[in-house]
Write a protein that binds this ligand. Structure first.
Ligand SMILES: O=C(O)CC1=CCC(=O)O1
Length: 272
């Protein structure tokens, strides 16, 4: 692990070099840390120069001086991580908040992106009031009171029953998130509307959705697939954290997309 200074924060970064392989940057969900990608680590680090980090106010990264983050602030952190790792262009894979950051980078800084995987995410997540309530709850009572509700949304009942150990791993990440870090990122989501800007994404893009994801729904995934010119949509039999609930399928889908050539939309329709 290394520490990278970005703007007003110190970010905890794990960089696994692989000479000659393309770089892949992983971007975490709200209330988690780089460890949310543990089920991806082995498969991805064999094939890519893998970089994962704790977003500001999450895991062991510091909170900084912004009580309310913006997507631009969070995206600049991600680009600073790439810079510190000596990487000019990378594949991006982000889930939920991580996907929101990835789509912001792909739309605004296309030269930094090889391909983008936007997983269980959305360009717009109203209503604002929900986020204001969550911010107040996190700041006054701590994110711990939000944890069981979050886990209820993030995994299907079947997964809770079959894999309590895996759910416990994610619970621990949620519990270690600082209230201020969590609240600051909620503000970034509250203030986000990328429904127009994602039309400018030129990178080949994989959208992964969860058939049972009630927050970032299959309808959100379809909206993105219809808005981004070179997008392919795959729905997995999972709720929100599809990379944990369906890790093998998630890994295979992501690797095939990053290593293979994405067929143009017309040919894809025939193939599908
Ligand atoms: O908290 C949730 O249930 C959904 C969510 C929004 C952004 C994120 O990372 O998770």
């Amino acid at each position: 692990m290394k520490q990278v200074t970005s703007q007003d924060v110190q970010l905890r970064v794990e960089h696994t070099p692989r000479p000659g392989a393309p770089a892949l940057l992983l971007l975490n969900a709200l209330g988690t840390s780089l460890e949310m990608w543990d089920d991806q680590f082995e498969a991805l680090s064999e094939r890519f120069e893998l970089i994962r980090f704790d977003s500001r106010g999450h895991g062991k990264s510091t909170i900084g001086t912004h009580p309310e983050a913006t997507l631009d602030l969070l995206a600049t952190d991600a680009l600073n991580v790439l810079e510190a790792c000596g990487v000019a262009r990378a594949h991006l894979c982000g889930l939920s908040l991580g996907g929101m950051i990835a789509m912001h980078i792909a739309a605004k800084w296309p030269d930094r992106v090889l391909k983008a995987a936007l997983c269980n995410t959305t360009p717009h997540m109203p209503p604002r009031e929900t986020w204001d309530t969550r911010i107040q709850t996190a700041l006054t009572q701590g994110p711990a009171v939000l944890v069981e509700g979050t886990l209820g949304r993030w995994f299907t009942p079947q997964f809770h029953q079959a894999h309590p150990d895996k759910v416990a791993r994610i619970r621990a990440l949620l519990l270690e998130t600082s209230p201020q870090g969590y609240a600051a990122c909620c503000a970034a989501i509250r203030d986000m509307d990328q429904r127009e800007s994602i039309k400018n994404i030129t990178a080949k893009t994989l959208i992964i959705g969860g058939m049972h994801d009630a927050g970032t729904t299959p309808a959100h995934a379809e909206f993105m697939a219809n808005s981004i010119p070179e997008a392919k949509l795959v729905l997995l039999d999972a709720a929100h954290l599809s990379n944990v609930e369906r890790a093998d399928e998630f890994n295979a889908t992501l690797i095939e997309f990053l290593q293979g050539e994405l067929a143009p939309p017309a040919a894809q329709a025939e193939k599908d």
